[in-house]
Design a protein around this ligand. Sequence first.
Ligand SMILES: O=C(O)c1cc(=O)[nH]c(=O)n1[C@@H]1O[C@H](COP(=O)(O)O)[C@@H](O)[C@H]1O
Length: 282
Amino acid sequence: MDPEASTAPRASFGERLAAARSARGSLCVGIDPHPALLAAWGLEDTPAGLEHFALAVLDAVGPVAAALKPQVALFERHGARGLAVLELLLARAADAGVLTIADAKRGDIGSTMQAYAEAWLGEGRPLAADAVTLNPYLGFESLRPALELAAATGRGVFVLALTSNPEGLSVQHAGGAESVARSIAAAATAENIGPAPGHVGLVVGATIGDAAQRLGLDLPALNGPILAPGIGAQGAGREALAGAFGDALPLVLPTASRSVLAAGPDAGRLRTAAERTRDHLA
Ligand SMILES: O=C(O)c1cc(=O)[nH]c(=O)n1[C@@H]1O[C@H](COP(=O)(O)O)[C@@H](O)[C@H]1O
């Protein structure tokens, strides 16, 4: 390998994601190795089964998805060997030029947040992905170490704003016109200065109906990516996306896990399921 190439700074996450969306279309596929899915694929609920599943999804879906999003709890439940599989998956995806979003939903007081930031975004760290999901319940500013490290390493973050689950309303809608979700969205927007697509994204579920408009979130102003789960297994589709996001739709990266993964283990069927979902939502 050219030594210069290995030390060249990476383009920003916003730019890399935009390039991946242009090349491979605008779908993120979640790698959620639920025990029931492993069983449906004829695999055991063991680290070996997990490894087979995760690498098969990478091979089949990586070439037709803008990003892959491993859900880290489903690796953590296998302990150290599960995390070793996650490490392997992230390394193989990087080698294949496939962007990864670690769905870890981390958030803690600033000094501890620094360690989470290094774990998931630090250069050379075994679990570093291209981006990580963050939980702002301790205050948006508590996420500062991750925001800074992401910017410094060409990586990204997705901050939970309006989640896809019904229980999220009790916290995220609190405050009405000055809702928690609105303040998180405004804080994320303030991070994305400059003309390039920014590295601070939001998570806004495709299932939220008109909540973003009702709560006054200015999503088109984000200048960063919006990760939209809730597609397929949680009931949202093309119409729900259009209704939830309106003018912000060009920023939206829909993500689906179970509804695509259920098409495996046949690699051809799995890839076709991802392509159909992607093309249907486009
Ligand atoms: O951050 C996430 O990825 C996320 C946020 C959210 O609001 N809702 C949500 O479902 N997710 C994740 O997205 C995935 C959705 O999986 P499916 O319902 O199988 O498509 C799961 O890994 C969830 O943890």
